[in-house]
Design a protein around this ligand. Structure first.
Ligand code: NBP
Length: 484
């Protein structure tokens, strides 16, 4: 069969052939599947065939009817277009021409509530709809991403083997599994991205502490990260941090990182994670701090107006560089554990709220390879959830509990030193505060409740009464208490 044989019967179709779609189509072809290709602008289809047509069996198409005609039934079509309105436009065009039992898969970064809406609408038309989160960027798409497919279980039976085949594998286990119904796949992908934000913020803070706290150069810090990557912190993001810090600008001979504008951009999945967490009432402080830190870095007008404001008396830099570096690595690890604990709490809360029945340990399994947050310690997370699927928080699992016990003194020293030196560490500090708040027996929330009752008669519970009983003090009367 030639690379553009129009009589071929394809097992999978990909529409949307920008970076991600092209690479996933090639990944399918490398695994021996015949792949039908479609893109709104035909030039992209032709460019893909021109550059990579010889890598496998592809079927070229110019129109949606031509594209669908090339597919075996029930048809499986993967959409890889820009999230939002373009995805709706493509879904509608496909659904109009597809037949009962066909499967539409959205592999883009869609908002999970859009996926819930689309799945319902498509189901009512007799078709299957699978919202699949895909992580790993363009390299992962080509060589094996982490795939988080939601949607009906029966569509996974037909689709799962293909997706598992093109996904990354760790210890022979595919980084792809059925997550749950409707929007669950895009939900966990969203939380994955939120954790990624948090991870990157913490890495940035560690870098800044070594740079401004110890005066280390980018090259020196690169070596520290490379060393950390051989221990508990072993992960893709730590590995590539060393790579980015090592990079020297060809024009100036300076470290590239010293020449990049310090204004972090964002596409929105971190913000979505925080919005969803607010709705679910789950404190994802690490992710929220990361999203706000990016926003702050990009607040040019505020930063220009405030640079050089008083710092107050600053402390002295750490005299023992090796000890401080070790402290920073432990603070980074402990803060990272908190970020993942919060993300997994959000997955558990989302699963309960939307009735998805997600197995949290499965997320740890499929995030071990292919995706941006792949890390050695995901094995530990999987073990923790295997032992107790209803773990209230990762930080109480024996391994993580003792990892934090081992790190706690370093963690406090780092936050104190950062404060004394005027180095902002919103991720490290808020993770430590979250940890301290959780382990504190009595929080000031009792006073909050008292205040709420004072100005708004919102009532409160008492430590010496049944949990479901509510009380109110007659603040503007004789201040006696009544049961509400
Ligand atoms: P883009 O997100 O840049 O989207 C470009 C594609 O969307 C092109 O094929 C374009 O067709 C098509 N498209 C647009 Br724009 N509007 C359309 C419309 N109204 N009708 C039909 N097609 C339309 O591509 P990408 O970076 O490859 O990402 C694809 C999806 O994967 C996105 O949802 C993205 O969020 C997600 N994702 C990306 C990454 C990553 O690392 N880039 C990682 C994980 C997930 P055209 O060629 O005719 O303009």
């Amino acid at each position: 069969m030639t690379s553009s044989d129009t009589t071929a019967t394809a097992q999978i179709g990909v529409t949307g052939l920008a970076v991600m779609g092209s690479n996933i189509a090639r990944n399918f072809a490398h695994k021996g599947y015949t792949v039908a290709l479609h893109n709104r602008s035909v030039s992209k289809t032709d460019a893909l065939l021109e550059a990579h047509g010889s890598e496998g069996k592809f079927v070229r198409s110019e129109t949606i009817p031509e594209f669908l005609a090339a597919l075996e039934k029930p048809r499986r079509v993967l959409i890889m277009v820009k999230a939002g309105d373009p995805t709706d436009a493509v879904i509608n065009e496909l659904a109009d021409a597809m037949e009962e039992g066909d499967i539409i898969i959205d592999g883009g970064n869609s908002l999970f509530t859009d996926t819930i809406r689309r799945e319902k609408a498509i189901r009512e038309r007799g078709l299957h709809y699978v919202g699949a989160g895909i992580s790993g960027g363009e390299e992962g798409a080509l060589n094996g991403p982490s795939i988080m497919p939601g949607g009906p279980k029966e569509s996974y039976e037909s689709l799962g083997p293909l997706l598992e085949e093109i996904s990354a594998h760790v210890d022979g286990v595919p980084c792809c599994t059925h997550i749950g119904p409707d929007g669950s796949g895009h939900f966990v992908k969203m939380v994955h991205n939120g954790i990624e934000y948090s991870d990157m913020q913490l890495i940035g803070e560690a870098y800044q502490l070594l740079r401004d706290g110890l005066g280390k150069s980018a090259g020196e810090i690169a070596e520290v990260f490379a060393e950390w990557n051989s221990g508990d912190l072993d992960s893709y993001l730590i590995e590539i941090t060393a790579e980015v810090l090592r990079q020297v600008d060809a024009k100036t001979g300076k470290p590239l990182v010293d020449l990049i504008l310090d204004e972090a951009e964002q596409k929105g999945t971190g913000r979505w994670t925080v919005k969803s967490a607010l709705d679910l009432g789950v404190p994802v402080t690490g992710i929220a701090e990361a999203v706000f830190a990016r926003a702050l870095s990009g607040s040019v007008a505020q930063r220009t107006a405030t640079t050089g404001l008083a710092s107050g008396d600053l402390g002295t830099k750490p005299s023992d560089a090796a000890r401080f570096t070790d402290d920073v690595s432990k603070a980074l690890y402990a803060s990272k554990i908190v970020a993942y604990a919060q993300g997994f709490n959000q997955i558990q809360a989302g699963s309960n709220e939307y009735g998805w029945d997600i197995t949290p340990g499965d997320m740890a399994t499929i995030w071990r390879g292919g995706c941006i947050i792949r890390a050695k310690f995901l094995n530990r997370i999987k073990e923790a959830f295997d032992e107790d699927a209803n773990l209230p928080s990762l930080i109480v699992a024996p391994y993580f509990r003792s990892a934090i016990e081992d790190a706690i003194d370093s963690w406090r020293r780092v936050v104190v030193t950062a404060t004394e030196l005027g180095i902002p560490v919103p991720g490290f500090a808020s993770a430590l505060s979250y940890y301290d708040a959780l382990r504190t027996e009595r929080l000031p929330a009792a006073l909050t409740q008292g205040l709420r009752d004072f100005f708004g008669a919102h009532t409160y519970g008492r430590i010496d009464a049944d949990r479901d009983k509510r009380f109110h003090t007659l603040w503007s009367g004789d201040r006696s208490e009544v049961e509400a």
